[in-house]
Design a protein around this ligand. Structure first.
Ligand SMILES: [Zn+2]
Length: 298
């Protein structure tokens, strides 16, 4: 009898907590991916725009490189209760990298190449716009490759003194041919062998507007529409497109907003100590040798 009463009391507590529980996981800062939970049937709006909520009550959103300092999050729980929260988005300070003495055609592509660049950029945007119902976004990401990080998120870029799009991903230097793993399960939304800037390019849709991007691949092992599991090999590290050394540029995108993958993944596992040749090659690649040249700002 007494046990029953305790069970009933626990049940009430659980129901009350369920009714107006909002859980946010992630650092509120520029470039961050935030995972949330508000219970099944909740409605979420970020700065007035609806955020899709999965049937199990989970959702995600993110802040871009230059996100406003404040965001407002509105929740309507299944029982009708409302919650309004102001989120303070911590400002980050990004460095600048300057690359001089590049051939002019690499800094400002000739007009005959611009049509191709625009077409490929549109193709990438279409892939990023995929919003499948996969709930892979709920599980943590894993590093697609281990190696030396030679480029971080957010850095402003100047080529021959001209401002270009900031670096909106993480560069991981690793020997050509190193297998690249899918950072999470999902559906391949783009698999192209040779785009102008990005070379061999793969995009995986993890559901609810979250995608990962992999560029400069030398071999691609997947096709558009393929379902991949977390950790499945999708291709190999290369230096295709505008890259001056073998490296993987890894990107993370939520609803078209480029996020910082390094904020959405745990510490990188150490390169395989049992294979010193591979580990050494990864470590000794000079950072400047793996800097990809990015498209002009759009
Ligand atoms: Zn990069």
């Amino acid at each position: 009898m007494r046990r029953l009463a305790i069970a009933a009391a626990l049940c009430v507590i659980a129901t009350v907590a369920w009714a107006d529980a909002l859980k946010l996981d992630g650092t509120l800062t520029e470039g961050a991916l935030i995972r949330g939970f508000a219970g099944p049937g909740a409605h979420i709006a970020l700065d007035g725009k609806t955020v899709r909520v999965a049937p199990d009550g989970h959702f995600i959103f993110g802040f871009g490189r230059d996100a406003p300092a404040r965001a407002s999050l509105d929740v309507i729980f299944r029982d009708g209760k409302r919650l309004h929260r102001v989120l303070d988005v911590v400002v980050r300070h990004y460095g600048v990298r300057r690359i001089e003495n590049l051939p002019p055609a690499e800094v400002t592509p000739p007009p005959e190449v611009m049509a191709r660049i625009k077409r490929e950029a549109a193709e990438i945007d279409v892939a990023f716009a995929q919003q499948s119902d996969s709930v892979a976004f709920e599980t943590p990401l894993e590093w697609p490759v281990t190696g030396t990080i030679t480029g971080v998120y957010g850095v402003g870029t100047f080529l021959n003194g001209q401002r270009r799009q900031p670096h909106l991903g993480v560069d991981i230097s690793a020997p050509a041919g190193t297998p690249i793993k899918a950072a999470d399960a999902g559906i391949v939304s783009l698999a192209e062998q040779s785009l102008f800037f990005t070379g061999g390019t793969v995009i995986i849709d993890h559901g609810y507007g979250l995608s990962t991007l992999y560029i400069h691949l030398q071999n691609i092992a997947v096709h558009v529409g393929d379902r991949v599991t977390r950790g499945e090999i999708i291709g190999e590290v290369g230096e295709t497109g505008r890259a001056t050394g073998p490296n993987l540029h890894w990107g993370l995108v939520w609803n078209g907003v480029r996020l910082d993958p390094a904020l959405a993944v745990g510490p990188m596992p150490q390169p395989n100590a049992a294979n010193p040749a591979t580990a050494g090659a990864a470590r000794t690649t000079a950072p400047a040798a793996a800097v990809p040249i990015l498209p002009p700002p759009r």
